[in-house]
Structure formats: C-alpha cells, structure tokens
Design a protein around this ligand. Structure first.
Ligand code: AMP
Ligand code: MG
Length: 495
C-alpha cells in the first residue's frame, strides 16, 4: 500500500484526458519503455500558444514535478510511453530498420476543441532503436527544433509543433562535449513514410494493412470508400506533400534531410535538423553540411519529395495491387506542385490569381535574385511593402542592376493593368511574405546565450516569430540582413 501511494505521488498529473490508439495497433509497431531521467533539469523554453491549444492552465509548468515530468524524470499520469519502429531510405539508399532512436511517444491527449494531439519526447534516452546513438538530443538542436516548428506553425505551414524544452548539464558527446535537452513535440500523428516502408520491406502484409487502415480511418476517412483505398491514400498524401513543398519553396525553407523516415504521412514538416531559411537567394543552396552531393539542395526539394512519394507508393504496392494504380496516384504531383507554387508566388507578388504573367515575372525576379544573391526574405517583404504603397526605392536599393529590377517593376505595373478587374493587393502580399524568419544566425545567437543559461532570446524569438507577418520595430535588427559571419555557419546532421 505504501508503495502504491509512493508511486502515485511520484506521478505528475497535468489533468489531461489521454487515449492510446497507436498502441492499440499491437506490439509489432513499438516497444513500451520509460524515458530516462536527466540530472538536475531546468526549463529552457515553453510555448504558451501550444499550451493553450492543449487546454493547459497558465501555470501548468510551475512545479518541480512538472519540470521533472517534461525532462523524463517523472511519469506523466495517463501516458503510455513507447518507441515506434520504422525504416527508411536515407540519402537515396535503403537504410533498413531505424525507428524512434531518441523519441518516445507518450500518447494522445484531447484538446479543448476536440482534436487529438500526440505528445512525444525527443532526446529522452535510449530505446531499442537507438542503434549506435545515445538517445539524447543536444541543447542547440533542441532550441532550433522548438523555435522553428513554432515559427512554421505561425507562418501557416503544416508542421509538428513543440510545447517546451528542458535542459540538463548532463554531458552529451557530439563533435565536442555538449549538454542534453528534451523537446516535447506535438502532432496529430508522428507516422512517417518509413513506418510503411518498414512493414512492406520486411514482408509483413498484415501489419502493413493494419497501419494503412489506421491512417485512413483516423486521418483520411474520405479514402475509405474509394475503389482502391490504399491508392486513394497515396493520392491524398501526394496532394498534401505537393502543397507542403510549395509552402517550403515559396518561403525559402530548406529542410536539409529529406529522407523517407523524415517525411510525415500527414504532410507535416517533421524532424528539424540542419534546416535553413535562405539568406541570399541561391537555388543550389545546400543547408546541410553533411550533404556533400547536394541531394537535398533547395531547388531539388520538390523532386526529392516526389522520389519519397514513389518510395511510399512502392511500400503500399501490396495493398494497391497494380503498379499502374500507384503511378496514377503519384502522377498528379507533377501538376499540383507547380500550380500550388505559382499560386503562392503570385500572392507574394500581390495577385490573388496566378497567370502566365505572374509566372513570367516571378521567373525574371528569381533569376535576377540568383545573379545578385539578393536576400530572399528581405526582398519579398520589401516587395510586399512596395505593393502596399511604399516607394519602389525599398526594392530598387537591394540591387546593383537597377535596369533589371526596373524592368521587373514595370512588368508588375503592366500586369496590374492587364489583370484589369483583379488589381494587386498589398495586404495579400504582406500576408504572404513574413517580416521575420528564423535565420541561422538568430538561432546561433539564442543558442550561445542559452549555453550561458540565458534563455531570454529564445523566448523573445518565440514571441516575434509567433507573429511573422507583423512589423516588429523593436526587433528591426533581427528582421534585417544577416551579419557577415552568418555565411560561415555550418550545420550538419549532428544533433
Ligand atoms: P535523423 O537523421 O535525426 O532523422 O535520425 C535518423 C535515425 O537516427 C532515427 O532513427 C533517429 O531516431 C536516429 N538517431 C539520431 N540521433 C540519435 C541519437 N543521438 N541517439 C539515438 N538515435 C538517434
Ligand atoms: Mg528523423
């Protein structure tokens, strides 16, 4: 009896309602296990916006028990921690079994609006899928993931999110000795293309069917009544992925490690590693220092996404049946992605509709920007400000070749006249190009302070990045040009 009381006292109760539908899939899909405690944890950051979505009280975190729970040292009441198994193609090569090597799914909680949101720790210790790894995540990469996933959400781009980050001075060995951190991530589901590949390549047709049925029933119910539900699922994932890639390309986001195990079946941005929002525009930009061949260069991302969808199609083939049906489900990507991108770029120009004219003008502008390595985010924000009424100088002064940018500005005026009934819209342009993005050098500055236990910049960045389409006069330098040293920042897969 005393033991039971003792254990109850040790459990931290957030007052949430939990469900565990992933665990109901059966033992082939995961290993139950507990997070591993870290020494003397401390808070690094919390997202109030995410906490509100979960329906948590304002002071949900204000206890030693909460801190211990969110660093993996104390069980969360109602959770059923487990690590899932998946496989995947890494850098174009079949890598075999991977799995949650440092992530632990806690279960789903019911949000006040009725949605089910899964909570997952990242960096909370060894799992059966850790392979050569230590099960940990370092502070720098945890801050990057926390800030960027919340920033992407605020930009309106589908993504996993994050509730909080805790840290510990416990050493973690990477290229140098760093310290440990745990990110609490959230998503409707963390299922990846690699989960399907795992059961398909491993010749486990029953599990493949169970997983597919689960994903269809929970997230793509409209596919259930299609003639070929697995093909319909592939088509639906293809459509969401095309839309996601259009979002990434339009905002200038490089993911860095688009392996199939880092592709969400829900079309979310997932697994933030060496990502980067481009500074000077360079279509060939490679943000991952470990990606020596440039497989995941900015301009290749849309093709790589298609390659990954193809791998998903192969994995689903035992359920789809005919290869032609899989190809037919993938085919729309080739039209959907460019159409979605045209739409996003037209909106950045200030036009509600894409047309031959907007496509051509965007092409001219991007070619000029590539030649001059014009800052991608600053250009588009200034363009939007010009469309909203500021003098053209804010745009012109970004270029050496004034003749070339003047021709673009003239083309814009002609287009606006030609479009007639649909003139340009400054507020649409401003709502399509953020005033601030999480550039590498901003993350580096916040991390340098965090390493000294000053988490103020992490919290301030979170606030500002939470309203990316507003102007933030007091943070003008953060919205400005990157310093010279930004171009020498090297971010690798090491995290
Ligand atoms: P990533 O490149 O971060 O997507 O990781 C690829 C695979 O390696 C996944 O199975 C991860 O869980 C695993 N992994 C990455 N880092 C670690 C680590 N430090 N400890 C254990 N597993 C890891
Ligand atoms: Mg990963």
């Amino acid at each position: 009896m005393h033991d039971v009381l003792q254990r109850e006292r040790e459990i931290f109760d957030l007052g949430l309602t939990w469900r565990h539908r992933f665990s109901e899939l059966g033992p082939a899909f995961y290993t139950p296990l507990s997070p591993m405690a870290v020494r003397d944890p401390y808070w690094v950051a919390r997202s109030q916006s995410m906490a509100r979505e979960l329906g948590l009280e304002e002071d949900w975190w204000r206890s030693q028990a909460a801190l211990e729970a969110f660093s993996g040292s104390r069980p969360l009441a109602g959770s059923m921690p487990l690590a899932t198994v998946y496989s995947g193609h890494q850098f174009g090569v079949w890598a075999g079994q991977l799995g949650d090597g440092r992530a632990i799914l806690l279960g789903e909680v019911e949000a006040p609006d009725g949605r089910s949101i899964e909570l997952q720790f990242k960096g909370s210790g060894l799992t059966p899928y850790s392979r050569m790894g230590d099960g940990r995540a370092v502070l720098r990469s945890s801050i990057r993931e926390f800030l960027c996933s919340e920033a992407m959400h605020a930009l309106g781009i589908p993504t996993t999110r994050a509730l909080c980050v805790t840290g510990s001075d416990q050493p973690v060995r990477r290229e140098t000795i760093e310290t440990a951190a745990v990110v609490t991530r959230t998503a409707p589901s963390f299922i990846r293309f690699g989960h399907f590949e795992h059961f398909s390549h491993g010749k486990h047709p029953d599990e493949l069917r169970v997983l597919t049925d689960y994903v269809i029933d929970r997230f793509y119910p409209e596919c259930r009544h299609a003639a070929n539900p697995a093909a319909a699922l592939l088509a639906a994932v293809t459509s969401r992925t095309a839309s996601l890639l259009a979002d990434w390309q339009a905002i200038g986001f490089c993911h860095g490690v688009m392996n199939t195990d880092n592709m969400s079946i829900l079309g979310l941005t997932i697994d933030y590693g060496p990502f980067q929002f481009m500074d000077g525009f360079d279509p060939n930009h490679i943000c991952n220092h470990s990606d020596t061949s440039g497989r995941y260069a900015y301009k290749r991302q849309p093709q790589v996404a298609y390659w990954n969808l193809f791998a998903l199609g192969q994995a689903l083939l035992p359920l789809i049946g005919e290869p032609e049906d899989a190809m037919a489900a993938l085919e729309p990507y080739k039209a959907l992605f460019p159409a979605e991108l045209d739409q996003r770029m037209a909106a950045k120009l200030g036009f509600a509709q894409a047309s031959e004219g907007t496509r051509s003008l965007v092409g001219e502008i991007l070619a000029l920007m590539a030649t001059e390595r014009t800052d991608y985010s600053i250009f588009w924000r200034r363009w939007a400000r010009h469309v909203a009424g500021e003098p053209a100088d804010v745009v012109r002064e970004l270029f050496l070749d004034h003749g070339a940018i003047d021709r673009c500005l003239l083309q814009f005026r002609e287009l606006a006249t030609y479009e007639g009934r649909h003139p340009y819209d400054g507020s649409l342009a401003l709502a399509s190009s953020p005033s601030i993005v999480l550039r590498n050098h901003l993350a580096e500055q916040a991390i340098a302070l965090a390493n000294q236990k000053d988490f103020s910049m992490v919290q301030q960045l979170l606030q500002v990045l939470g309203k990316p389409f507003e102007e933030h006069a007091e943070y003008a330098t953060w919205a400005g040009f990157p310093p010279d040293w930004a171009s020498s920042i090297q971010i690798s897969c090491s995290s």
